[in-house]
Each structure stands twice: as structure tokens, then as C-alpha cells.
Design a protein around this ligand. Structure first.
Ligand code: KG4
Ligand code: ZN
Length: 393
């Protein structure tokens, strides 16, 4: 089956075209025909964070060029004229009334490409920044009307789970093997820190979550306290890795909130506040900054691992997936790889390839393919963006 996928939940505008071959269960293969992504990071850097209205404006501006790029890669930009009736033009213009200029761009594109053969249009409908999500959702609806293809809504966090399970094949294709269930997923991003259990493929039960800040948010705030640019996670990681490589002993220690509590929830605001008290009103040297970043990262990784271990042992999980932007973190990857191999070598650990760790449309297309196989298509009139969409049954 062929899937067009759209991701606009935060600060990347991404579109992919995939051919999916599902073999039952989780086993599947994918060919990436087109994959285009435009990051807004340089724009948001100026503001020190992502503003939803700015993200929305940028998605509106870039969706059609990104679609055109993905189509060109996929060889789908056939010079041809699709007749778009006046009535359909009117409906698409009304649908995209709040996405200024998008209807005009889309209708201009529609008259230059042949309607593609697609089985579904997969779109992220949550969680994320609601104004940003709406752009993708409305764009998917407009494409659906234009080409008469069903829309399959995808939860962004399920996309991250799929990204973790995906392997890049030597010949460039992608595959997901048949995995052993139950699957436990630790989802760590700018907005999420959760442990989700899948007893069956496609079903999700929440085992634990942060009670305050998400771990990515804590990374970003600590980065700001240390005077590092947005997004802070990779910057904090760089300093911490430099400090570890120096061979010195770290004299900074930070708390590990809730680490021994008998549940799988997390708390990161106390850790963040401990950093704030440590750096407040002081001019830190580079070495001191590195040591704070190092201590923060150690504390965050220890808590993430301890809570995940608790969830593994209470659920009998046989596969552990790490997903979300923070799973790019070198120290967190190393902590999980080393400690799990020692403590539970029978559990297979799935970590996303670097190219699939941060937000992208490939993971949305992969998740969308499983839903398409089950014909879980949306009623367009009822389909909504939901900034707080949860990943559970
Ligand atoms: O999944 P993602 O790209 O977007 C959301 O859905 O939130 O995650 C973004 C988060 C940001 O907080 C960013 O600072 C963090 O992931 N991040 C990292 C690293 N790379 C990205 N945090 C720690 N270490 C990294 N290497
Ligand atoms: Zn994400």
C-alpha cells in the first residue's frame, strides 16, 4: 500500500511518501519514496522557544513546497492538469480559511500534478501544539477531498514508538521485525515523559508519567540557565560529554526525585529547581557549566532507567522501545544499553536510528500503515486536532 504522511505537531514541517508491505503482527517492510522536512529551529531560536502562532504561520507557508519536494523525489510530479471543479475549489477554500494562502497554493499545485495513487493520507492529529496540528489536519482533509483518498489520523507518540522499532536495511529500505510482546515504550520528548505498555500490538496502557515537567523540557530549561541556545537538549549533552571525557571527578551532585518511590511516575521540576539554586546569581566558568550539565544528565538518566526497570519487572515486558527527541541523548542511550544488557539480557532494546529520532513524517507514515491495514479511516467532518491527545486505549 502507498501512504502519504504529514507531520506538523511542533516545529518541523514534514511530508513522506511510503510504500508499505505489512506481513501481519508487527513485521513489515517500507520503501521511502519521498521524504521532505523543513525545520523551523532557526526561527524559533530567536525567541528561545517555540511559539505556536509562529509555528502555525511557518507550516502554512511551507506545506505545499514540502509536498512538492516529497512528490518530486517520489516521481509523482507528473505534469498534468487536474480539473478542479468550482464547487470543490469553494469547499477547499472554506476548509482552509484560517490557513491564509494555503488554499491558493494547494489549488495551484493541484493543477500541475496528476492525482497520485494513494491508499491513505496519514496525519498527526495530536499531541502537540494545537494551532500547528490544525494546519496539518486541515491540509490532509483538503488533499483527501482533492484526490478522494481516506485520511488516517495518527498519534504522534505512536509514531515515536514505530520509529524506535524501525531498522534501516542495507539496501536503504526500512523494516520492523516481529517483536516479542509485551512491548514497553519509554517516550521522552519536549512534552512527554511516559511509560506505555502494549500487551497487544496497537494497544497502549499508561504505566507511569511525569507529574510535572517533561524530561526534554527540563533539558531545555537547564540549557537556558547555563546560557545555551534553544533547543537545549543537544547543547547540555555536548557539555556533559566533554566533562566526562576530561577524566576529572564531578563534585556536583543533584537529586534523583522519586527514584525509590514504589510507582513508575517521574518528577523533573525538583531536579530543574536544584540546578536553578546552584547557578542563580553566579557567573559560572566553562568547567562549572560542564559539571552542572554532567550532573543533571546523570540524574535524569538514572531516574529514567530506574523507573523503566520497575515497569519492566512489574509488567514482564520483553521488548523495550525508547522514543522521542530525548532518546537522541548519547548518555541516556548508553545507560540503557549497558545496564539492560547486564541486568536483563533477555530483553531486546529498540532505539531509533539517529535520522528517525527527532520529529519526521516517516514514522507517521509507518504508524499510519498499520491503521490503514485495519481501515481505521477518519470521518473528515469529525476529525480534530487535539493538543493533549493521549496514547492509550
Ligand atoms: O520529539 P521531539 O523532537 O519533539 C517533541 O515531540 O517534543 O523532542 C524534542 C525534545 C527537546 O526538548 C530537545 O531539547 C530534546 O528533545 N532533545 C534532546 C536531545 N536532542 C533533542 N535532549 C537531550 N539530549 C539530546 N541529544
Ligand atoms: Zn516528537
Amino acid at each position: 500500500m502507498r501512504i502519504l504522511s504529514i507531520e506538523t505537531s511542533c516545529d518541523e514541517t514534514a511530508i513522506a511518501v511510503l510504500d508499505a508491505d505489512l506481513k501481519g503482527g508487527t513485521a513489515s517492510r517500507f520503501a521511502v519514496l519521498g521524504n521532505a522536512l523543513l525545520s523551523q529551529i532557526d526561527i524559533h531560536k530567536e525567541y528561545g522557544g517555540v511559539f505556536p502562532a509562529v509555528a502555525k504561520r511557518e507550516h502554512v507557508k511551507h506545506l505545499v513546497p514540502v509536498l512538492r519536494q516529497a512528490f518530486t523525489q517520489a516521481g509523482l510530479t507528473v505534469e498534468a492538469t487536474q480539473e478542479v471543479s468550482a464547487e470543490l475549489r469553494q469547499r477547499i477554500t472554506e476548509l482552509l480559511v484560517r490557513e491564509e494562502g494555503l488554499a491558493e497554493q494547494l489549488l495551484a499545485l493541484a493543477t500541475t500534478v496528476e492525482p497520485p495513487t494513494l491508499d491513505a493520507i496519514a496525519v498527526t492529529h495530536g499531541p502537540g501544539l494545537e494551532p500547528a496540528l490544525w494546519v496539518g489536519v486541515n491540509f490532509a482533509k483538503a488533499l483527501s477531498m482533492l484526490w478522494n483518498v481516506p485520511v488516517v489520523p495518527v498519534n504522534h507518540m505512536e509514531g515515536h514508538v514505530c520509529a524506535a522499532l524501525t531498522r534501516i536495511e542495507s539496501e536503504g529500505g526500512l523494516s520492523i521485525p516481529e517483536i516479542s510482546l509485551p512491548l514497553l515504550s519509554l517516550l521522552i520528548s519536549g512534552g512527554h515523559t511516559e511509560l506505555v505498555l502494549s500487551k497487544e500490538w496497537g494497544s497502549y496502557e499508561l504505566m507511569g508519567a511525569t507529574r510535572d515537567d517533561a524530561v526534554g523540557e527540563a533539558f531545555d530549561k537547564v540549557a537556558r540557565m547555563l546560557g545555551l541556545p534553544y533547543p537545549g537538549g543537544p547543547e547540555v549533552s555536548k557539555l556533559a560529554e566533554q566533562a566526562r571525557a576530561s577524566g576529572r571527578v564531578n563534585l556536583v551532585t543533584l537529586p534523583r526525585p522519586m527514584i525509590n518511590d514504589p510507582h513508575c511516575d517521574f518528577s523533573f521540576s525538583g531536579l530543574k529547581t536544584a540546578v536553578l539554586y546552584m547557578v542563580k546569581g553566579r557567573e559560572l566558568s566553562n568547567t562549572e557549566k560542564e559539571d552542572v550539565a554532567w550532573a543533571f544528565e546523570d540524574a535524569a538518566a538514572d531516574v529514567l532507567y530506574a523507573k523503566t526497570l520497575r515497569a519492566i519487572e512489574s509488567s514482564g515486558a520483553r521488548t523495550l522501545a525508547l522514543g522521542g527527541g530525548v532518546s537522541a541523548n548519547t548518555h541516556i542511550r548508553r545507560t540503557f544499553t549497558e545496564r539492560l544488557a547486564e541486568k536483563h539480557p533477555e530483553i531486546s532494546l529498540a532505539i531509533p536510528a539517529a535520522s528517525l529520532t527527532t520529529d519526521n513524517a516517516i514514522m507517521i507514515g509507518i504508524a499510519g500503515a498499520y491503521h490503514t491495514a485495519r481501515e481505521e479511516f477518519a470521518d473528515l467532518a469529525a476529525l480534530k486536532a487535539d493538543g493533549n491527545l493521549a496514547l492509550r486505549d
